[in-house]
Design a protein. Sequence first.
Length: 520
Amino acid sequence: MFMSIQQEKIGKLVARREKALLGGGEKRIQAQHEKGKLTARERLSLLLDEGSFEEYDMFVRHRCTNFGMEKDHTDGDGVVTGCGTVDGRLVYVFAQDFTVSGGSLSKTMSEKICKIMDLAVRNGAPVIGLNDSGGARIQEGIDALAGYGEIFERNILASGVVPQISGIFGPSAGGAVYSPALTDFTLMVENTSYMFLTGPAVVKSVTGEDVTQEQLGGASVHASKSGVAHFAARDEQEGIATIKKLLSFIPQNNLETAPERPTNDPYNRVDDALNEIIPDSPNKAYDVYSVIRSIVDDGDFFEIHKDFAKNIIVGFAHMGGRSVGIVANQPKVLAGVLDINASRKAARFVRFCDAFNIPLVTLVDVPGFLCGTQQEYGAIITNGAKLLYAYGEATVPKVTVTLRKSYGGAHIVMSCKQLRGDINYAWPSSEIAVMGADGAVKVLYAKEMKSDPEHSEEIFQKRKEEYVELFSNPYQAAEKGYIDDVIEPRNTRFRIIRALCQLEGKRQELPAKKHDNLPL
Ligand code: HXC
């Protein structure tokens, strides 16, 4: 059959595309599937709206000539890059292709990734990186390392400009872990992904420690112990669905607000159950999740860092259709105390919300900071200061509701009025004081009780009653204007939404500076 020259050229293009779509080839794709993993392209097709993917640099090839690499070329090299939409909103994506040299990073791969990062910043859209890589391409030596450097620099420059999300869908080892660490959110997949600086073999030779990949840097480890991962998904499908849901709460860039989500949940819905939720005994716990679910639209709360530092809860929700960041002490875990990890977790979340114009709703029930040598040696001072700093620096609307305890330094840290809290409410069950009644009485009346040991218990009880009367309520703070209003718990949703509406046009600036010096 006769074929024009143009038809022949188009045929070659189609054939080359078809070959490129197979990455490292059928055998390696099969091997990838046998490991319970999807390919880079399969992941992208799950993530992006159907037909929306616009691929770039499909024909890019590495330029390495060491170790016979000049004979080993695959179109596109080890990463698939481009843009597309998720629920109709533009995103830039890169997905490392493990079927090509184990997804190891060549200089040209880094150029592909940097190109889409530059486009994302220029056009104001999130960057989503799906990582599955053996790290720096060994054959390329310093060129591969330089490639990482280029990516890291872009991660830094894009930080606070466009949201950056990392999905870890396979290995992520060595210095390569630092690109995900520089992004806003990291998601890992249980059993098939791991992140560590050095693998088990090196660990064994250096420290003598026997440890598996999973124990050293698996999803559950990073989601619960180190906090490196914000999410641990059961499988890749759940991982991609989580990334999509996360996107629905956040804006495209730092100059926009998050998309609104219409709801049939009335903004003035009251919940009588909240009037009963605080136990009569101050030492009894309740579940702050019930309060969160009660006040947000449709009870839909999207939690971040669910398994890490469970004494504080952070996550996104909608209230009156608008996206909000929720921070809540959890009385059910360690009585809701602030420790190193809780402070780090919440500080990072508060800073993300502030960078991307997401109002903060803070629910306070905190007995103070955790004490002891472990916390002091681990720098609870510096870490607690991170949260203090984050709240004090944030200029987004800040609405705070004190549910019960709000003691000492922790009271100040948790978005108090003096840290430019905009609207601060308290429930009638609030206790806003320097410390709880028992501790305070023991300090103030130690001498009196010691001098009359026979009646020390009576003295203690009498003084405690006085203290409770004076401080174990919200009225001292409300009388001084530190609390704007004492509200009935059942009205909390309505009052927060009304406050957020009021604050919609909030304008607040920070003094001019090169950058801050956050206590790191
Ligand atoms: C070149 C690599 C590679 C790498 C894997 N491959 N890693 N090629 N450079 N870094 C190749 C393999 O040779 C193999 O090629 C193919 O990818 C698949 O790898 P396998 O080993 O067969 O797969 P698997 O058994 O699943 O093991 C995956 C792995 C292992 C655990 C990632 O490949 C591995 O340990 N790779 C080296 C990891 C590493 O040390 N990287 C450097 C980290 S330091 P063929 O052709 O045989 O299929 C680093 C510095 C970054 O990254 C610094 C930034 C500042």
